[in-house]
Design a protein around this ligand. Sequence first.
Ligand code: ADP
Ligand code: ADP
Length: 224
Amino acid sequence: GPLLAGRGLVKAHGRTEALRGAGVELNAGEILALTGPSGSGKSTLMHCLSGIVRPDAGTVTYAGRRLEELPEERLSELRRTEFGVVFQFGQLIPELTAADNVALPLMLAGADRATARSAAAEWLERFGARGQEDLRPGEMSGGQAQRTALARALVTGPRVVFADEPTGALDSLAGEQLMTALVHTARETGTAVLLITHDAQVAAYADREVRLRDGVLAPQGVAA
Ligand code: ADP
Ligand code: ADP
């Protein structure tokens, strides 16, 4: 079966019903693009699938485990070890340099600082952020922040990476370079990727595309 499956997901933010019964499956090693108009529920779906938000109804199954049945600390542990997340606005730690932001998840997993920092430098280079090791988020361009966030999401070797508009702050050439690096890395490591994008050129890097509309999956092959 699929590595990750959301079924019948419902989530309201106040009176806004962001998800109204959305379901999606992600296979091991698959790169899946999640597309759809602004406000269709893409980010909310990603937050439910990655265990950041608990849905009001529906189920999320990861590797045979039901996320809604896991106590908070088991869910956090699973997120730390199995998932990598890239938020739309980077959400790097402002006080830390790029290298320390990327090194942090490894240090939390028990690596010493020197090992973590050298792995961080390699990951930054892989995503085209060489020479940016000592920049703090406030000193980075949007693109530099996104490259750093992507390196941070992948440094621990997760089985699934969730990326919300990872190319949003990049011009199209830089976006293609980032996607090439992401796809290459995902193939090499067998990491599955759930990619939110509104950009058809970015979606074209995926193995498959699903489209959300008003909080549910649009029928396959039907444009939103
Ligand atoms: P929930 O309803 O899931 O508890 P919250 O109200 O806690 O969500 O908000 C989660 C995050 O989303 C907050 O950081 C909040 O600022 C942000 N947010 C609030 N309103 C919106 C909106 N209309 N669209 C997107 N994000 C929003
Ligand atoms: P998308 O990622 O497709 O743009 P979202 O999941 O961010 O869609 O949002 C779906 C709907 O829920 C939108 O109407 C949005 O304004 C609303 N929404 C999302 N997050 C919040 C929040 N934290 N608080 C209030 N409304 C939210």
